[in-house]
Design a binder for this molecule. Structure first.
Ligand code: SAM
Length: 230
């Protein structure tokens, strides 16, 4: 598959150098080979490689998206841990990732990081044959994030405190979106948990073991997608 088509003209796709590299060198396709092309906004086509261009053969109806929209609010982990979160959560079907600056967040990301995360999301969407590329928002403060998402199903993951397991809290009452928040290496502060509860977030557990800040969102996404996908 090749996401984010550069130009679509008269059933021809003009491929960018990156797309040509991906098709020729990574997927090892040759002239005449067919592949699925996606525009990253929900449309897919069967296409045939013709050198620097591709011929559109037919519009496809491919359903690889989850039936609900999941937003991950994640306190930025240190190092390059966020790259892995973006990659895995994109594969698992996340719709939107909101990087959060929490009280114990150590990382202050540069604008180049945001570009890098968006590129990783696009590549992971391609790899997992998704028809949408998830949105990666600009980092915002925890307090701003608490009031940014309008849905009844909002959860904050907390490993301490004996909270109910996420798998037992998910419900299907016509809600088409879920927000799930995971904390940094040092965890959420008590004040953050209190503020989240006041903002309508339900504290939940992901099991008895304490997961790394990078592992927790991947587990949360896996549980939600397993519960809502048939
Ligand atoms: N030092 C922190 C503590 O004592 O709570 C551990 C933080 S953990 C490495 C990073 C984040 O992952 C937590 O803030 C939480 O959001 C999530 N997390 C890890 N294990 C969890 C669990 N068993 N249940 C729910 N959330 C968990």
């Amino acid at each position: 598959s090749a996401n984010a088509l550069s130009q679509l003209q008269q059933n021809q796709i003009l491929l960018t150098p990156q797309q040509q590299h991906y098709l020729n060198r990574v997927l090892r396709l040759q002239k005449g080979d067919r592949f699925i092309a996606m525009d990253g906004m929900g449309k897919c086509w069967l296409a045939q490689l013709e050198g620097e261009e591709a011929q559109i053969l037919e519009l496809l109806s491919v359903e690889t998206e989850l039936p609900i929209s999941i937003t991950l609010m994640i306190a930025l982990p240190k190092g390059n841990g966020f790259d892995e979160v973006v990659r895995c959560c994109t594969e698992l079907g996340v719709a939107c990732i909101a990087p959060i600056m929490s009280d114990r967040t150590l990382l202050n990301p540069s604008p180049q990081k945001l570009e890098r995360w968006r590129r990783i999301a696009s590549e992971a969407a391609e790899q997992s044959e998704r028809s949408f590329v998830p949105t990666i928002l600009e980092p915002i403060s925890f307090d701003a994030a608490l009031s940014s998402f309008a849905t009844q199903q909002k959860y904050i993951c907390e490993g301490r405190g004996n909270y109910p397991h996420l798998k037992n809290c998910l419900h299907n009452q016509g809600e088409m979106s879920i927000v799930i928040a995971t904390g940094p290496e040092g965890g959420w502060t008590e004040k953050e948990i209190d503020n989240a509860i006041k903002a309508g977030f339900q504290p939940v557990s992901l099991g008895r073991r304490i997961l790394r800040a990078v592992t927790a969102p991947i587990v949360a996404l896996s549980l939600i997608s397993a519960a809502c996908e048939v």
